[in-house]
Design a protein around this ligand. Sequence first.
Ligand code: PEP
Ligand code: MG
Length: 687
Amino acid sequence: MHLTTMRSGEGLVGLIAQSAEALALSDAQAHPAYSYKPETGEEIYHSFLGVPILRGGNTLGVLVVQNKVLRNYSEEEVEALQTTAMLLAEMIASGELQTIVGVGNQIAFRGPLELKGAPISDGVGLGHVVLHEPRIIIKHIVAEDANLESRRLDEAIAAMRATVDQLVDRSNQAGPGEHREVLETFRMFAHDRGWMRRLREALATGLTAEGAVERVQNDARAKLQRSKDPYLRDRLHDLDDLANRLLHELTGQDLIARHDDMPDNAVIVARTMGPAALLDYDRKKLRGLVLEDGGPSSHVSIVARALGIPCVGEVANVTDLVETGDAIIVDGATGEVQIRPAADVESAYAEKARLRAKRQEQYHKLRDVPAITRDGTKIDLHMNAGLLVDLPHVRETGAASIGLFRTELQFMVAPQFPRLMTQLHFYKSVIDAVPNQPVTFRTLDIGGDKILPYMKTFEEENPALGWRAIRIGIDRPALLRQQLRALLRAAGKRAIRIMFPMVTTVAEFDIAKAMVEREMKHLARHGYDVPANLKLGVMIEVPAMLWQLDEILERVDFLSVGSNDLVQYLHAADRDNKRVSNRFDVLSAPVLRALQSITDAARKAGKPVTLCGEIGGRPLEALALLAIGYRGLSMTASSIGPIKAMILALNLGEAQAFVMDLMQSPRGLDSLRDELRRFAEDRHIPL
Ligand code: PEP
Ligand code: MG
């Protein structure tokens, strides 16, 4: 027994680990990659046969046999050793065997790992891994009856193809769209001749049907994962999915995590996931979500934030690095994921979670305290929402009302276009949840990055500047009219506020308003109750509106500033593009001057204005917004506590003078951030 260390790529074993391919040599020492390690005493051996121990495309280790004499290994011998390696891999995956050898960082290492991804939803979650798509464990690899295995494979392929056909059929019913082409490609893979041939060849080496699927998939993964071509790597997902479906047919094991035997502290780990799938899990047991693919604007991310689940996205390879049941920590604020953490790491995060909980408790105590600055100015704090799961937060946070209800989220998580009655019931439950204050509903804001899978869309060079929001509503009036009807009927006699997204010209608002009036008449004619108190507004998120403020203010009842979009258009910097989204500071004179011109104009016209972009929920930015004249902010539920704490400690008059001054100084052109932070810290204003 001896122990030696090699880097990945070093020596013959390293070469196999890196290439994930078998290597058979009659004279190993003559191979250029041969690296002699005296402690192994292997100089007595000449011939060498090594195969990778592969699992899910990762090299878990390398299995080697050596002979003292020069000999050529036969194809059957190579295959036999590969089968043995598969058995070992399954034993490691099922936890029967601990990983024995480590090859650099290539190894599916069972010790602690720290990974980094994109922060998506704030909070710290500690728990145990539940793989959204559990790995199927193969128990029988070596065939006893070759004919039987061949029949089993045929049947499984037929069943797998049938489920893929069903998928395609279902999507056909949902109407045309890009997703259909994707599914058609998927179906093509399910019939791929090359794949079928490789499965048969693997079967002919004496494997069971599931063993053959696993072997072929391991090879494909090893090759495709090392490919530089992103198209090929994407195809790997399709192939994986199909192979998993085959294994499911053959072994009867679940494709999706069973919900009934979830631990009480589950952290879901998924390659990717639809928003509806996340809602299927029991919220009470969810402690976190880790995604291999999902970025901050993916739909499942929106749902994770609405549910208040700590979430990190874009964590490369994570589904291969964990096993169900592994201890895991998710830090949604920093994007850190700790897998199988050491005890001290775990206690540090547990402390962090405790502190956060304590802060939440303090915020909770502020729930019924009005948000009034130290010098007596009252600020209205509203909540942004978009799903039913958001609604309890209105009471929990003490928000005045819902200042932005993003109606499109419900459309995005639905499998098909919601009908009138579905919309009506949904809006009614929203209004019911906020009994004393009118909810501000925003009409469908689709297009751009908000895609409805069942709606025909067009390829656009610049979707953020494309056919979206009110532009679609005007071109497809039936769609907008139906939504307006549902909203008005849901309100009945109660008060309601409706606003339109991405309005660029005054004329667009006139068209939308005429549609509302037409619907009101229609409802009254048919004997329905209509809202006695209906207020109409627009979102200010297109810069052109900044020079039509007087004209639009004559027409509307209120304004709402969509600073997420307004700032991206002002800076010409895509809000979802990591390279540029934080390049320019919103806390700078140009942006603050633009925002100030809106409150100034609204005050002059005597019309209320609220700001509902993300900056309203960040304490330092909110401080500046109050200083330039905003008195109403709408934000995510979790921000209400921190913002209220800031307001309670603020002397607004002093902040006003400070910010106005900075906005005039040359430094302010770039960023006021550092000085403003010092201002707050000096006065013990919590940020
Ligand atoms: C905004 O643009 O600021 C806004 C609130 O709308 P959304 O983020 O939904 O585009
Ligand atoms: Mg917007």
